[in-house]
Design a protein around this ligand. Structure first.
Ligand SMILES: [Zn+2]
Length: 207
């Protein structure tokens, strides 16, 4: 993984944690919606910029490569070609994986909270108590309570990041340790991303 995609991952986690905080601290549905929308738009803007920079770099490399042997070629033409290619970059943020992942996690959290409040009607003062039925707080690797939960996109199982990293460091070719997991592929760390639903549950149900 390149350094820049690490940074993008970190940034995405920040966006998600911020969304979690908005949901946690804003009871009023209108302001909550508005803030979540602002946050999503900021992420969307970032997705567009990142995609454009990536595409621009590809164009640049392509042009440089093509013109290696023609160093005398008119610089003006080259610049024009570059500008034209840049202006033709098309970005559709709605198809951006980062934005899709963000929206999915935020929706999962809102749904989990809604489901919890329907199950618990006299629970009026707690805005954020999730149901425990589908949320596992015990890390399958260390068998202790998680602090930094990450969800494996390949199978949906959640682990604690620290023990996952340690386990993969020892043996990079490791399969999901959850008993009964049907995924037989090795765990890919970059596919294991911060999980807002488990994190929120952990925060609201201290050990
Ligand atoms: Zn699994």
């Amino acid at each position: 993984m390149t350094q820049s995609s690490d940074l993008t991952d970190e940034l995405d986690d920040c966006f998600l944690k911020t969304a979690g905080n908005i949901i946690k601290y804003y009871d009023d549905e209108e302001s909550r919606k508005k803030l979540l929308k602002n946050l999503r738009e900021t992420l969307e803007e970032n997705c567009i910029q990142v995609t454009k920079i990536k595409a621009a770099n590809e164009i640049k490399e392509h042009l440089q490569f093509d013109n290696m042997s023609e160093l005398e070629k008119d610089v003006k033409n080259l610049t024009q070609e570059y500008r034209k290619a840049l202006s033709e970059i098309k970005v559709n943020p709605a198809e951006d994986k980062r934005l899709i992942a963000h929206n999915r996690q935020v929706n999962d959290l809102i749904q989990a909270i809604k489901a919890a409040s329907n199950n618990d009607l006299d629970n009026t003062d707690t805005d954020l108590r999730l149901t425990s039925s589908e949320i596992n707080v015990i890390d399958p690797i260390s068998k202790t309570r998680m602090t930094d939960p990450v969800r494996n996109a390949a199978c949906g199982h959640v682990y604690d990041k620290e023990s996952l990293v340690a386990m993969l460091k020892k043996n990079p070719n490791t399969r999901c340790p959850v008993v009964g997991c049907t995924n037989t592929d090795y765990i890919v760390l970059s596919q294991c991303r911060f999980d807002i639903v488990t994190k929120t549950y952990l925060e609201n149900n201290p050990a």
